[in-house]
Design a protein. Sequence first.
Length: 402
Amino acid sequence: MFLYLILIAASLAHINLSIKEKKSFRLSSAEKISLSKKTKVNDYYALQYYADFKLGSPGQTISMILDTGSSYAWVPNINCSCHTTTHQFSASASSTYKNLSIEKDVEYGMGYIKGTLSTDVLSINGLKAEDMKFILVSQSSDLDGLAADGLVGLAFNSLSDGYPVFVEVLYEQNVIEKPVFSFYLGESSKKDSFITFGGLEDEYTKGKTKQIIDIYTDYGFWLSIIYSVSFDSNDISNSAAWVILDTGTSAIYGPSSDVQKILQMLKKKYTCYYSNLIICECSKSSCLKAGNLEFMIGNENIIITPENYLYCEDEYCWVLIGDSGDRYWLLGQPLFREYYTVHDMSIPQMELYRNKESEISYKVFWIILAIIILCGIGAFIVYYFLKNRNNENENENYMPLT
């Protein structure tokens, strides 16, 4: 389920969800090769994240959106009536391509694709998934702002009619040790982004607090439950609601009443107006004082700072918070820029670690606080010493009357 700001007037398809018992999702316990690969991820203004894959034999380069909100993989055919692409896949040039002669169409929160179910070798950074099922797209619509050629779904296979998703295929074919993938999403102008298939990177987790979110696979999404929401230390909601955790969405979406409370609080601080999303007139340094957005997901308090739910240019900031059109929340890329996330499909659960930039800001805060305290203690000691010295001098100069 991918949404992006180039097509800012996106409206999510309604999902009517009811909270029920958690179901487990486990793969076979066959012995796996201990292998994982960290791969660079490209971003388009930190609003779309995609990586370069190889498809076919010999491999043809295809850039693909990394989407935890859907499950099918798809690429454009060379004769596709599609969005503008850099690469298109030539099936006739691949010796391992198979046409399964099954027509498929997929509708997203915004956008639509239609094509033929096929199989071929799909690989990234040397990790090969053979006989990977994907849709060879002949037609797409409402995808004109898409920065990549295609898309690889990283949700659960109930969203792809039971066909295994890329991570499952790697795991089942003993290419990776665990059905796990992890994201570090940043902004290319500041720091590179990465995805790791088969494990996680110690550099993003070492010495950090691990937060764990249980995932419910009932509807195929990376789905959990929010129990409360607050903004700038003010309660927004204490009602339980589903939340979808989606790398393919550029913003945060929630129930209309909750979102309106947040936006009204922002409007009290800044001059804002509506143009598909709320735009506030303020410098970046001013808007970054807007207050944190906090979600209690399971037993974990998840914090999203203004740096990640605002998109600022010049003297304007776009508020990346909108109406989901239903009772659920959808946490997109602002969450994934705030945290390094580890997605384990076998348990299933997500691990979250505050990213380095956020960790550093907290360290700086505590360092400054410690310096202030030490300076205060030092000043008190000096004051106490001088006061005692003055008292001693007064005693020495005192002449008793006789």
